[in-house]
Design a protein around this ligand. Sequence first.
Ligand SMILES: [Fe+2]
Length: 267
Amino acid sequence: MADLFVLLEAAWRAPSAQGKCLAVDALIPVYLTLCQDQPLAEAMYPAPDCASVGRPARPVCVPPESLPFRKAVDKDGRAALLHAIAHIEFNAINLALDAAWRFQALGPAFVRDWIGVAIEEAYHYRLIAERMAQLGIAYGDLPAHDGLWRIAEQTADAVLARMALVPRLMEARGLDALPPIFRSFQGIGDKATLRVLSIIARDEVRHVALGDAWFRRLCEAQSLPVAETYQRLIVTYDVPRPRPPFNEAARRAAGFEASELTALVGR
Ligand SMILES: [Fe+2]
């Protein structure tokens, strides 16, 4: 336990995707200890500026609007789609580690939840990287955009906004994106990728649910209304809006109420 944040820092700072995944593996014994409801034995260990997070020199980051819309209808489309998913998974490792480290003051249950997410995101990254290797591509071969990490930077001092805008907004948008991505790979009969995506889809619902649960807890502690506060934060931070069609079954499983989904559709 004594080295929880030392291990966390090593994973957060690891620049290569492979090195980061290995550093996340090293957190598994700590994670299992936290699962036994152990208190955090350590003094506060503050997280540095988000800008110093470890990431590889490639992929080159470009504005989101300069990336083409991707569909797995041909070889290049499939490569681009898998690469985009790998980039999301890589960022998701950093985002989960960052939440556990930066907002450690919320206590051992919070730290445990987000270390658990980081472990699953590293698993997802490896599954996608393995599938890409079978198809002759590697993470870093194509450009990517940095939208997710920019939101982490924007919310570095505000856990309420972080929970609202990373898991409950951006990752929930990821749930919405999954059905068309599934159809796209079904269309080309790529069963190997579909198997990987099924694992990711299952776990991502739980990650959004964790974000939803922590967001609700934080709202309750400050006597804030959930749906209105969520909308207010989206506007205040000027981030991408929830965009229908929603994956309603996945969103409900992750904690969104029918009334909030209806209100989101109406906007
Ligand atoms: Fe993931």
